[in-house]
Design a protein around this ligand. Structure first.
Ligand code: SAM
Length: 347
C-alpha cells in the first residue's frame, strides 16, 4: 500500500498564493528551483564536505518530513517547479520514498531529482522511481578504491557503481555523475571518469572545489575550470560550450558523442542565472549558497503550520538574495569562506 507524508490539503489558501507575484529577486531573477535538504547526516565522511571529527549532527533539530513537505508545497504555489532532494545523504532519512511520492503529487512540480552518494541506491532505485522520482545525480570522486576510501572514509566504491547501474536500470534518467576535482587527489582521473560515465550510460560533470567549511585544504587543492578543460582537451570536440537556462553546468560536446558538464562556481560564477533557493534540514531558507544569510521557518511551522507565514519567509529570502556570491580566487577574500560545510547546508 502506498503511503504519503501527511500535509494539509492545498486548498483555497494556496490557490490564493498562486495568484500572487512570482518569487523574483531584486535583480530580476525569477526563482523556480528549490534544493531541499532532508538531513545533515551522511554515511560517508568526505574530507572536504563533512569532516571526520565533527561527529553525527543531532537529529533533534531536523524538521519532520511532513513539515518539509508543507514548506515545499507553499514554494510550489509561489512558482517553484524544480525540486532537488539532497542532504547530507538523503537516502539515510527514513520515510524518503513516501516523501518523494508526496512531492510528486504537488501540482506544478515538473522536475523532481535527488542528489546521492549512491551507496544505498541499488536497494532503493526501483522504489524511488515508482514513487515518482525523475532522475538522480550521483557523487563519485574516484574510480580507484584506495583514493575513494581516502576521500570518503569508506570502502564503498563497488556499492556506488552498483547504485549507478541500478538507477539506470530503474529508468531514472539521466544519471549524472558529479565529480569534485581536487589537485593531487583525483585530478589525474578525469579522462577515465569520462569513459566510465559513457560506459555506464551516465553523464559526467566536473565541479570546482568550493571554499566551504574547510578553507585551508581548499587553497592547495582547488582546480579551475580552465585547468579542468585542459585535462579533458583530447576528448573534447570543441571548447564552445552550451548552457541550459537555470542549470549551473556548462556543457561541452565530446569527440565520441555526448557531452561533459563543468560547474565552476569559483572561477566563473553563474549568479546572473541563479534561480534557486535552499531549504536546510534544520528549517532555514538560504537565499545564496555562498552568503551567510538565512531565514528561519520554525515560527511558521510550530505550534501550528501557517502557509501565510511560510510564504512570507519565501518572500523575505527572495528579497535577501545578493547580486553575487562571495567566492573568489583572491587570496584576500578567502576570509569570506562560508562557515557551514556543504553537508549541513544541503549540497
Ligand atoms: N550526499 C549527497 C551526495 O553525495 O551527492 C548530497 C549532498 S552532497 C553535500 C552534494 C554535493 O556537494 C556532492 O556532489 C559533493 O561532492 C558536493 N560538495 C560538498 N562540498 C563541496 C565543496 N567544498 N566543493 C564542491 N562540491 C562540494
Amino acid at each position: 500500500m502506498f503511503v504519503m507524508v501527511p500535509i494539509r490539503p492545498f486548498g483555497r489558501l494556496v490557490e490564493m498564493l498562486r495568484s500572487t507575484e512570482p518569487l523574483r529577486d531584486g535583480y530580476g531573477r525569477q526563482l523556480t528551483y528549490l534544493r531541499v535538504s532532508v538531513t545533515e547526516k551522511c554515511n560517508l565522511r568526505c574530507f572536504y564536505c563533512l569532516p571526520r571529527d565533527c561527529g553525527h549532527p543531532a537529529r533533534s533539530h531536523e524538521l519532520d518530513l511532513s513539515e518539509v513537505a508543507e514548506v515545499v508545497q507553499v514554494g510550489v504555489a509561489l512558482g517553484i517547479t524544480k525540486i532537488r532532494i539532497t542532504g547530507g545523504e538523503p537516502l539515510v532519512r527514513r520515510g524518503l520514498v513516501d516523501f518523494v511520492r508526496t512531492l510528486r503529487s504537488l501540482p506544478g512540480v515538473t522536475d523532481l531529482a535527488l542528489s546521492t552518494n549512491g551507496t544505498l541506491l541499488a536497494e532503493r532505485a526501483t522504489a524511488l522511481k515508482s514513487a515518482g522520482l525523475m532522475r538522480v545525480n550521483v557523487s563519485l570522486d574516484s574510480l580507484q578504491p584506495a583514493v575513494f576510501r581516502t576521500i570518503s572514509g569508506r570502502n564503498d566504491l563497488e556499492r556506488v557503481v552498483g547504485g549507478i547501474d541500478a538507477a539506470r536500470a530503474a529508468g531514472l534518467h539521466p544519471v549524472k555523475l558529479n565529480v569534485v576535482v581536487m589537485r593531487g587527489v583525483n585530478d589525474d582521473e578525469l579522462p577515465a571518469m569520462l569513459d566510465f560515465a559513457t560506459d555506464h550510460g551516465a553523464q559526467a560533470r566536473f565541479i570546482e572545489y568550493m571554499p566551504l567549511g574547510l578553507g585551508k585544504r581548499w587553497a592547495s587543492s582547488y582546480v579551475s575550470r580552465a585547468d579542468i578543460l585542459e585535462r579533458l582537451r583530447p576528448q573534447l570536440a570543441t571548447l564552445h560550450p552550451r548552457q541550459e537556462p537555470g542549470d549551473a553546468a556548462t556543457y561541452y560536446p565530446l569527440l565520441g558523442g555526448g557531452e561533459v558538464g563543468v560547474i565552476s562556481p569559483v572561477s566563473c560564477r553563474f549568479c546572473d542565472r541563479c534561480n534557486r533557493l535552499r531549504l536546510t534540514a534544520d528549517g532555514k531558507l538560504r537565499p545564496c549558497l555562498t552568503s551567510e544569510g538565512e531565514v528561519d521557518l520554525r515560527h511558521a511551522l510550530s505550534p501550528t503550520v501557517s502557509h501565510d507565514a511560510i510564504a512570507d519567509c519565501f518572500h523575505v529570502a527572495t528579497a535577501g538574495r545578493p547580486q553575487q556570491g562571495t567566492y573568489t580566487t583572491d587570496e584576500a577574500d578567502r576570509a569570506a569562506i562560508a562557515a557551514r560545510p556543504m553537508a549541513t547546508i544541503g549540497g
